[in-house]
Design a protein around this ligand. Sequence first.
Ligand SMILES: Cc1ncc(COP(=O)(O)O)c(C=O)c1O
Length: 415
Amino acid sequence: MGWRAYGVEQGSRRSALDVVAKQLEEIEAAGTWKTERVITSTQAASINVANRSEPVLNFCANNYLGLANNPEVIAAGKAAMDTHGNGLASVRFICGTQDIHKNLEGLVAEFHEMEDTILYASCFDANAAIFETLLSPEDAVFSDELNHASIIDGIRLCKAQKARFRHRDMGHLREQLQEKKDARIKLIVTDGVFSMDGNIAPLCEICDLADEFDALVMIDECHATGFLGQRGRGTDELLGVKGRVDIINSTMGKALGGAMGGYTTGPKEVVALLRQKARPYLFSNTLPPAVVGATTKVFELLMSNSDLVEKVQANTQRFRKGMEAAGFVVGGDPEHPICPIMLGDARLASQFADEMLKENIYVIGFSFPVVPKGKARIRTQISAAHSEADIDRAIQAFRAVADRLNFDPANVKLD
Ligand SMILES: Cc1ncc(COP(=O)(O)O)c(C=O)c1O
């Protein structure tokens, strides 16, 4: 792209920008440049993309329940703007708390069967806030090595003793709990679902270890809330450990309408302390009424009607079975709508995604460093918004592209 102006004076403003430009060139050279495709429609199963005459089927959104353009959700957002305005121009504790914020916090707590909830502008903020607020040097945090970046960053901000256990390795977690058994608060934190693989944390075993070592358990449910488990309550419901998980952080930016916002739900003492001390809560603006109104409608829908949960689960089964019958290796947990289609080779993954777009299917290839070397894949995400015909069309396209590229999925190994 030609970012740099060469031969400029050291220490000048231009040379400072040169340092930045050099990084851009390195990203380009490494082949990890992220290009953003521009969508000109709502987020949905079928979307319009700039400079394409035909719509494409979207198989890479976190729109698990298809609520991103749901008419009832949109109407509720608009109604909240009419009654409560565009924004609060304040953080919560100054003059930014409205009745609708308190109502939504109560609803979220009820949904998760917790005591109280605190809202944030994002789950990234919820994860950035919690460790620094709860933990001091006499405490210890135990974190799965593949936890989301926001958990990693949140832990960096706190002064607790830190232990990182090997991915889903309960033997390793036990060793670390043993080593730090005298810590005052012990907090085990894991993604409920790991988004690159769509695999699920061993929560039963984690809760057993927590009982044994008197630890608290916190899960990040961004890829679970709203659709995993029989009523869509999440990983704790799916694995039968409801009531044994102490703290849940999750997002409103994925299954729950796809707008933005995050929360922590859990014991009332934890939520109360977060309201007093959490920096992303104290020093960042209140969620806007439109988001609060729309998300409230999402929770009301989920608590009154679980059709959407059944739909995404049925679609997931149709896609997984169809892809396996077509010869592909599908990674991840069999229950989860994240379905990584394993290809192995990085170049192939990127070429495969480009060819899929020619078939009007929008998917993304993931390769190193986002996933381990040799484990490149197309990560597909299934939604309740997909029709059976959409699912079948995607499977057909995968098969057609594999044939065109002379790719035999039988040669792919999962481990
Ligand atoms: C596991 C996990 N945690 C946290 C986040 C951050 O959520 P938000 O978009 O609400 O900041 C994400 C989003 O990508 C995520 O996947």
